[in-house]
Ligand binder design. Structure first.
Ligand SMILES: [Zn+2]
Length: 103
């Protein structure tokens, strides 16, 4: 397995996880329960991490994440739960509600 993304928070980690899984990439989340257990660890140790399980999907995962990072300034708000989603998403990462189409 290889780490492909360090998220600034659990919602971003979940978002990237969902994006990759929607594209058929098998991923694992680590440190996804970090919020309550910071303790003595440096903050960076507890940031959620997204890891790709299969080596051959690594390059694909990297390119999806690059796209995500470029598109992340543009978001669309879900009508179901009001979470913001990247414009590239077709359904809400949080509640699976279909998102408005933005062109
Ligand atoms: Zn939603």
């Amino acid at each position: 397995m290889q780490r492909v993304f360090i998220a600034s928070g659990i919602s971003e980690a979940r978002l990237v996880q969902q994006m990759l899984e929607a594209a058929g990439v098998s991923v694992r989340l680590f440190n996804d329960h970090a919020a309550g257990g910071l303790g003595e660890l440096p903050a960076t140790e507890t940031w959620p991490e997204v890891w790709v399980e299969r080596q051959h999907q690594l390059a694909y995962a990297h390119s999806l994440i690059r796209d995500y990072e470029h598109a992340s300034d543009e978001t669309v708000d879900c009508k179901g739960c009001t979470e913001s989603n990247p414009v590239t998403f077709e359904i809400c990462w949080n509640c699976q509600e279909p998102l408005p189409v933005v062109n």
